[in-house]
Design a protein around this ligand. Structure first.
Ligand code: BG6
Length: 507
């Protein structure tokens, strides 16, 4: 791997403290950082190298997955960190960045290779690349690399996303831009490709002939915590569906790429997004249910409702829950419904993709006195407890042919000595190596916004579309159940409601 400097804008923020630096430390412990490497943290706060390092020491101790009690190792790592306070909104300040980087190049032998990481509020996403370019810090000449990693949100809607892409591409070539979606860094998400395209048994069934429907859930038990201000302007559709969940749809539904390589894989994801059947503004209430958590008691403890959270207006109509149904209009998926569900303050934290297979053509073993056995399911558990679960019917021992559902359950944790790296570890390493496979291309961002936009518009323009309430600790508004119709089909509930005195209500 080439040597290089990782320049983190927004270095005094939470992401740097909780994710970026601890992940770099984990890479360092595994010997995966380049031999010549250092980090330059850039932010407004006044800090010396030393105070930055001490702050990051705490971050590593709290959030690194690798042993951090080894003080010597940690001291050695912290020496790689440097800090520069500047006002990132002022063009002339970037001269300081340039001078500092040249000095570090001399000191760390990093050869002018820079990876800029924008971990700042989105209001700086246009400013920083523009000013970097003003000082030619974007120029890849004589074999050096200059790359830009950018965190979501990539725009607020289709118009702003197109505009942001344009500004970024005015200064950086698309190949230099790495748009991060940390879900793609999750081990089990990448494993989707191997599960599907590295096995003879699944792929032949992976289509409309054998699959009844696909269900993807990303549930969180936490509320909005201290992010009320940000979240209220975003909501679950922008925060989770437009990016993370649609990426999961992309990996679940894509055609086999011709080779395992960035362009090939990203082309296939884009094709899925282009085939999403648009939900028209006037159809939104039939296909999309939004909800907002209200207060409740969970195991006797009072949990605040969303509108009571810090930074959230008392009359907010921002959704903290979305359930939706849609179709992918292509050869493989014609007629197969896809269901997505995400929310805050649900009973548990779980992200999973469930492939529901069709039932047998004839119910040979059905007992008319019993409920119909659920169809075969393949559950891909993204988190926690990464793994894969296959559910199928088996004869119960004894007389007759009583069929019960049994599980074949693989847990990554069963593999001894296997370390599952964090998403940021994987993604940072890929960006340093110049591999954008697990980063989102600009055209895919726009295609995802195109799908989401009419829904956002309908919600904004039509106050009659309800925001259903749900008590914290439950699986969201009951209306979400109506999306999945048919006696034998419901959402999969990995655990029961936790709220003990909640009532469903409509806001
Ligand atoms: C972030 C969202 O992108 O993803 C958060 O902004 C959400 O609201 C988080 O909590 C979920 O990530 P994970 O990895 O915990 O599922």
């Amino acid at each position: 791997m080439k040597p290089g400097i990782l320049v983190i804008f927004g270095a005094s923020g939470d992401l740097t403290y909780r994710k970026l630096i601890p992940s770099l430390y984990d890479l360092f412990c595994q010997g995966q950082l380049p031999d010549c490497f250092c980090v330059l943290g850039v932010a407004r706060s006044e800090m010396s190298d030393e105070s930055f390092r001490e702050k990051m020491r705490e971050g590593v101790k709290s959030f690194s997955l690798k042993e951090s009690k080894n003080t010597e190792k940690l001291d050695e790592f912290l020496k790689l960190l440097h800090y520069l306070p500047i006002d990132t909104a002022v063009k002339e300040e970037y001269e300081k960045v340039k001078i500092k980087l040249e000095a570090l190049d001399g000191q760390c032998k990093t050869g002018g290779n820079y990876l800029f990481y924008l971990s700042t509020p989105p209001s700086l996403y246009e400013t920083i690349p523009t000013f970097l370019s003003a000082y030619k810090l974007n120029k890849q000449e004589n074999g050096v690399y200059r790359r830009l990693i950018i965190e979501k949100p990539f725009g607020y809607d289709i118009e702003t996303a197109v505009h942001l892409n344009k500004v970024l591409r005015d200064h950086f070539h698309e190949d230099q831009i790495y748009r991060i979606d940390h879900y793609l860094g999750k081990e089990t998400v990448q494993n989707m490709l191997v599960l599907r395209f590295g096995n003879g048994i699944f792929e032949p069934l992976w289509n409309r002939n054998y699959i009844h429907h696909v269900e993807i859930t990303a549930a969180e038990s936490i509320g909005v915590e201290d992010r009320g201000g940000y979240y209220d302007n975003s909501g679950a559709m922008r925060d989770m569906i437009q990016n993370h969940l649609l990426q999961l749809v992309g990996f679940t539904a894509m055609e086999p790429p011709s080779i395992v390589e960035a362009t090939s894989i990203r082309n296939e994801v884009l094709k899925v997004f282009q085939a999403l059947r648009p939900i028209k503004e006037e159809e939104v209430d039939q296909y999309v249910i939004r909800g907002q958590y209200g207060s409740s008691h969970i195991r006797g403890e009072y949990k605040e409702g969303y509108r009571e959270e810090k930074g959230v207006p008392e009359d907010s109509r921002t959704e903290t829950f979305v359930a939706m149904k849609f179709f992918i209009d292509n050869w493989r998926w014609g007629g197969v419904p896809f269901y997505l569900r995400t929310g805050k303050r649900l009973p548990t934290r779980v992200t999973e993709i469930v492939i529901h297979f069709k039932e047998t053509p004839h119910r040979l073993f059905a007992d008319p006195t019993k409920p119909v056995n659920p169809n075969n399911q393949l559950v891909i558990r993204i988190q926690p407890d990464e793994g894969i679960l296959m559910k199928f019917g088996l004869k119960m021992p004894g007389a007759g042919f009583e069929v019960n559902t049994v599980n074949m359950d693989f847990h990554y944790s069963n593999l001894s000595d296997v370390y599952v790296p964090s998403a940021y570890e994987r993604l940072l390493l890929d960006a340093m190596m110049g591999d954008p496979t697990l980063y989102i291309r600009g055209d895919a961002v726009e295609a995802a916004w195109n799908f989401v936009n009419p829904i956002q518009k309908a919600w904004k323009n039509n106050p009659d579309i309800p925001v259903y309430g749900y008590p914290a600790g439950t699986w969201g508004p009951e209306n979400a159940d109506n999306l999945i119709s048919g006696a034998t089909h419901t959402w999969r509930y990995p655990c029961k409601n936790l709220a003990d005195d909640g009532v469903y209500c409509e806001l």
